[in-house]
Design a protein. Sequence first.
Length: 352
Amino acid sequence: MIDEMQRRYADFLRRNPYLTIATCWTVVQPIASPLTVEAVVERLGGRAEDLEPEFDDDVDEADYEGVFYISRDDASFILYEDNGYQGTRPEVLRRLSDGARVLSLFWNVNGTASLTYAAYGTIVTELDPKFPGERWGKTPHALDAELAVLEAAAESGQWQASAMAVVEAVTGVGLDLPDVSAPRLLLEETVPEDPRAPSALGGVDPDLDVRLRLAPEPVRTAVIHRVVSAYVAATDLASEPMVQEALDRLATGGGDTRRAGANLTPLLARLMEDRRDEQGVVLPEDHPVSRRFWAVRALHEALPGRTWPDRLDALVNAPTILGDMWPALRAQLKTMIAEGEGSSTRTSRSLE
């Protein structure tokens, strides 16, 4: 069934090639109680009067922060954004999924893409459909059965049609161009952003993130090196020559860190492939092979000179990689940070 959906969407995209450049569909399915179009508009940050009573060709959509075409499929709503991204925002998804299930599919001309499943105000599963093996959210593997087709298609470059098929397979709602009678919602302002941490670590462990950002740079580097070294030891990666070279660069900050990072790329690709079992299903996050993958990825992220993601994100998966060893190591890190801050304060005072 899902293979037939994939073929149908591939043909749809061939007939509408401009959609492959930048598009966002968001399907909203009320669960706890019915929704009206006015209620959907309010959840998007608008008012009923923001809906156009009649389509105006003279309106320049670029003048608005949010532009939505709202279609219906029985009790469900399909929000279509031409070159928009509001359906990817956690603030919007949380409101739309209050008492509801929401699936959002987005891609743009820069190669950014996301497939997000939210329910009852929570991001259940989120992934980049081009790299379906990497998933996050409250329950990253909630859509494993449906995503099997996407994992196969990502390698052949058919990920867009396959991602559309996944949305329909989960919701039963087909994705299409908006109905000719679909009202257009124009918003000069949309839902404001939530307060958020400057890195993924801040969302997972805000206390540790704060302590590290207040610490001197040498202390941050020492902590990152300590944690990543523990990853390497816990996952038996020390025998990999490129791992040791990158670990040395992390410790000293010298040498060609770009080359050290590039040398890790083949290992990351190999471990990503090893994370799939015979049926192509991605192994659990705490599987030894998955832990090795996250360890190498953290080492890659931790190397000096990285501008994205934040180097502190190398600590995000510490509980998964280290398991029962993490609480004791985290306590040691707090001591390292405190002692490092004290040493820095004493040094600065001696120079006054």
